[in-house]
Design a protein around this ligand. Structure first.
Ligand code: UTP
Length: 297
């Protein structure tokens, strides 16, 4: 069984309705935390985990994403002429090697499972990662790298897991845990968006997965799940039914839900404060804001 993971699927074909009206013309993945688009954080994390092939599942209106990963020869020449080497370096760090990126269209937003299934021919018979760029994870070791290392030992499918407050469980896929071994948990069942009070645990799946090609086969015969969408969780849960191992991995790091407005704002503050060039001015401003707010209360 092959345990090297070199391919990652980035499903970015969703409608992004929570960010309307911006997402009417700007793909959510291009929206920036400080000065880097969400997708750049995901790509950097994937590279740190050893990923060399990047498969984007896109939809109509996402051409800005393709342009972002193209080279920008005029811009590079202009920065070069002006001797702006630091900016040139920033720009060039986003260039992707020719042939490293593939784009597949999901013609209808039928759900995350369906989006992943659209990449089946490019995945073939290999394990692969799935990364949702909405989930931005800050930490010392890239989350996907932690998972790839753990996967070398377990094989099977692995999902990133984190604890959520019980009242938030119905917004996530939730794990029913069979046993725990350090950061790793063996999963005996998974429930997508359980009705309140029916979650089997408070361990939620977030947007990082390592999946076996069997999951593509499961998606092949998939029916609609929760919310009428083809759910990736259901196709992973089928692996448990088939007697194959599915694991959750409690990653180290801070996850921001940048698919929601509150999460996006929190990430903006955290990443702004983490930037040496902005930290002082920005924290001073935040302190002033809080003082004004407290005085008004
Ligand atoms: P979300 O559930 O966040 O949906 O999808 P969304 O469309 O992006 O955003 P909202 O809820 O309307 O604001 C989670 C991930 O799955 C992808 C999305 O692009 C996002 O990365 N996805 C979802 C697809 O690629 N295709 C789908 O049919 C559904």
């Amino acid at each position: 069984m092959q345990r090297t993971v070199t391919k990652a699927v980035f499903p970015v074909a969703g409608l992004g309705t929570r960010f309307l009206p911006a997402t009417k013309s700007v793909p959510k993945e291009i929206m920036t935390l400080v000065d880097r688009p969400l997708i750049q954080y995901a790509i950097d994390e994937a590279r740190a985990a050893g990923i060399t092939e990047f498969i984007f599942v896109t939809s109509r209106g996402k051409s800005a994403l393709e342009d972002y990963f193209d080279t920008a020869p005029e811009l590079e020449a202009s920065l070069n002429d002006k001797g702006k080497d630091d900016l040139l370096e920033v720009l060039q760090s986003t260039n992707m090697e020719s042939g490293a990126i593939a784009y597949i269209r999901q013609h209808k937003a039928l759900g995350l499972g369906h989006a992943v299934w659209c990449a089946r021919r490019l995945i073939g018979d290999e394990p692969f990662a799935v990364m949702l760029p909405d989930d931005v994870i800050a930490g010392d070791t890239a989350c996907l790298k932690q998972m790839v290392d753990a996967y070398q030992e377990t094989g099977g499918c692995m999902v990133a897991a984190m604890e959520v407050p019980p009242e938030k469980a119905s917004a996530y896929g939730i794990l029913d845990v069979e046993s725990e071994d350090g950061a790793r948990v063996k999963v005996k069942a998974m429930v997508e968006k359980p009705t309140p009070g029916e979650a089997p645990s408070n361990l939620a799946v977030i947007g990082r997965y390592i999946l076996t090609p069997d999951v593509m086969a499961n998606l092949d015969r998939m029916k609609s799940g929760a919310g009428g969408e083809i759910q990736l969780t259901d196709a992973i849960a089928d692996e448990i039914q088939a007697g194959r191992g599915v694991y959750g991995y409690r990653f180290r790091g801070q996850r921001y839900d940048c698919g929601s407005k509150a999460g996006f704002l929190q990430a903006t503050v955290a990443f702004g404060l983490a930037r040496p060039d902005l930290r002082d001015e920005f924290s001073e401003y935040l302190e002033e804001m809080m003082a004004v707010r407290n005085a008004a209360q």
